[in-house]
Design a protein. Structure first.
Length: 258
């Protein structure tokens, strides 16, 4: 090598080390910073609901508040406020209380920027038997048990979602009449005072993938609870919390506690 080139190599090496150091410092700062809790939306009007609203195609609620149906309790026989046909999209809606059995997805569906003021039985139930459904944005408060219930098969994707004072963000049904293999993908969610993030059934091959989960007031929360599913009429058995195994694809670094 020509002797005049050596100093440049050293200079480039020094610059590269400096760039790496600055990048590392930035990543640490970003990771350590507190997650921003979204602002609850303001309604643009009110819609009185007297029976389940059937949705096919896309229904844009224009940020109106839809209320009220059911009794706000945990009864599973309550009617849904919205029933989404296969392939339907519900977006820009505030759901008041009581909300009955929330939103039913009969097949693949998209729920975008939907906000539940007070979850009754469930915020949404996914009943489809194949394909992918999506929850994008939005939020929910006061779910005594589950926010999202997965009764069918396929994959539910939950992203950019906020929830406060809930039992579980997601539960793969542990005692439905049909035992499907179910999957859930959770990314970039903020949960304040949640008892569980997700619950899945390992004996049916369920899988959960979780990234960028922020837990506020949730140091004792179960992140990925593994259950043994049971026949209808029986109760599933909690087994353990999974971390980086065949069913729970999540690591400690995927979760931030505030």
């Amino acid at each position: 090598m020509h002797p005049r080139i050596r100093p440049r190599v050293g200079l480039f090496a020094a610059i590269w080390v400096a760039v790496v150091a600055v990048t590392a410092a930035f990543v640490v700062t970003q990771t350590a910073s507190a997650a921003t809790v979204p602002t609850w939306p303001t309604k643009t009007g009110d819609v009185t609901v007297t029976k389940t609203i059937q949705v096919s195609g896309t229904r844009d609620g224009g940020m109106k508040r839809y209320c009220c149906i059911g009794d706000g309790g945990q009864g599973e026989s309550q009617p849904a406020m919205f029933d989404l046909a296969d392939g339907a999209t519900l977006k820009n809606v505030i759901i008041g209380s009581p909300a009955g059995d929330g939103v039913h997805c009969e097949g693949r569906c998209t729920i975008q920027n939907v906000w539940w003021e007070d979850v009754g039985e469930d915020a949404a139930t996914f009943k489809g038997t194949n394909g992918d459904s999506y929850v994008i944005g939005g939020g929910a408060k006061s779910a005594a048990d589950k926010v999202f219930q997965h009764n069918g098969s396929g994959t539910v994707h939950i992203s950019n979602f906020y929830a406060k004072t809930i039992g579980k963000l997601y539960r793969a049904c542990g005692n439905c009449s049909t035992s499907y293999k179910r999957q859930v993908v959770v990314d970039n969610v903020i949960l304040d005072s949640a008892k569980y993030v997700v619950g899945i059934n390992t004996n049916w091959g369920d899988q959960a993938t979780l990234t960028h989960v922020t837990l506020i007031n949730g140091k004792s929360a179960h992140v990925c609870a593994e259950y043994k599913g049971a026949p209808k009429g029986s109760e599933p058995t909690y087994l353990k919390d999974g971390w980086g195994d065949s069913y729970c694809h999540v690591t400690k670094s995927d979760v931030t506690y505030q």
